[in-house]
Design a protein around this ligand. Structure first.
Ligand code: AMP
Length: 379
């Protein structure tokens, strides 16, 4: 199957080739033709499946055939749960927009940063990517109008509802024109998501991409029994001995993330921390530099464990274990994505051993627990 058989226009095919997208992923094969035909779509798929391009490409193509909205009216609204996802989705719109004959302006709005620059920038936007809370604030100040919306995307709908955005989403839905195309993506299909799909979607094409298990199968998982004092030296040893050029390290607190990044920098490694106490600007910049390979080690809390896409991330390290097996899967799912193999390494303190057994049981895999003395002794 090739992209050219899906009905996309030549300029997008060229943009795809330029971005090294050689073949469509399964979700793209199914979603692109349906969205081009203006059908509603329900995509049960996770980050890593290629879901973003599966809606961005046909939406951009459809926009080329319509009279675009003006001033503070927007044509396409993409609702997302987090700022990071907002930035990431807008980047995909932007990167593919560059090749279009008819210029499309996309913009991301999210909370945690000053609202004024966003208000000013909303003039002339066609595709708005927004977190629900900030969108409501902008609507209340008349900075944006939704009455010309032609296509609505709810991305990571399950996460959006988990984060308590139900009321905001309902408020936004009430402001949209009745006649529109609706696309909803969710990693899981629980009762809450079901409610919203019934409310929003009309005779949708349902696409289900089984992923979590397959993803995990691609990942080599290992664990080291190590006490707190040994974690720093072990981390440095692994980075050096495995010649890691890009590694995402997870801690469970913002304090620890800063501490681990500081320590690594003192040892001459290019490391940065990313967590909720950092400013939005610092977070965006750290992610950008990490993606570009300027930062070798990104130390993060669970804030970014979901929804953030980093192409071909080869290593994830759990410096501290997450509490839930679900978070463990989401963390290690940052690697071994998009069909590239990855390695996930967990540091297991004596008090974590029992909890780690529970995680292994939940994911249905046994992860070998190695002794660090043997490897550190060899250094
Ligand atoms: P997503 O699930 O949308 O977060 O996409 C996961 C990753 O796969 C992103 O880095 C995309 O750039 C990449 N990607 C998506 N579709 C393709 C494709 N057909 N070929 C190569 N890379 C892709």
């Amino acid at each position: 199957m090739s992209f050219s058989s899906l009905g996309l226009p030549t300029y997008l095919l060229k943009a795809l080739a330029a971005q090294n997208y050689t073949e469509p992923y399964p979700i793209q094969e199914q979603a692109i033709p349906a969205i081009l035909k203006k059908k509603d779509v329900l995509g049960i798929a996770q980050t890593g499946s290629g879901k973003t391009a599966s809606y961005v490409l046909p939406i951009l193509s459809n926009l080329q055939d319509k009279v675009l909205s003006k001033n503070r009216h927007v044509d396409v609204l993409v609702l997302v749960p987090t700022r990071e996802l907002a930035v990431q989705v807008q980047e995909v719109f932007h990167s593919f927009s560059l090749s279009l004959p008819e210029k499309i302006k996309s913009f991301a709005v999210y909370g945690g940063v000053s609202i004024n620059p966003q208000m000013m920038a909303l003039q002339g936007v066609h595709v708005l990517v927004a977190t629900p809370g900030r969108l409501i604030e902008l609507l209340e100040s008349n900075a944006v109008k939704l009455s010309a919306i032609d296509t609505l995307v709810l991305d990571e709908a399950d996460k959006m509802l988990d984060l308590g955005f139900k009321e905001e989403v309902n408020k936004i839905l009430a402001l949209l024109p009745k006649k529109r195309q609706n696309l909803l993506f969710s990693a899981t299909l629980n009762a809450d998501v079901n409610n919203i799909t019934q409310l929003v979607l009309h005779d949708p094409l349902v696409i289900k991409i089984e992923e979590e298990k397959e993803n995990i199968d691609l990942i080599t998982q290992t664990a080291y029994a190590v006490d707190d004092a040994g974690k720093g030296p072990l981390l440095r040893h692994l980075i050096k001995s495995k010649e890691m050029k890009q590694v995402l390290v997870f801690t469970s607190s913002t304090y620890k993330a800063d501490h681990v990044a500081d320590k690594l920098r003192k040892h001459g490694l290019n490391a940065q921390a990313i967590h909720s106490k950092k400013s939005q600007g610092a977070r965006t910049e750290a992610l950008k530099q990490f993606k570009a390979g300027t930062i070798t080690v990104l130390v993060a809390t669970d804030l970014i464990s979901r929804g953030i896409d980093i192409k071909f991330l080869p290593f994830v390290i759990n410096y501290e274990l997450p509490r839930s097996p679900k978070d463990y899967i989401h963390r290690i799912g940052r690697t071994g994505r998009a069909e590239s193999p990855g390695e996930a390494i967990s540091f297991i303190a004596p008090e974590d051993e029992h909890h780690f057994k529970i995680i292994q049981k939940k994911i249905g895999k046994t992860v070998p627990l190695m002794d660090i003395n043997s490897i550190l002794g060899k250094e």
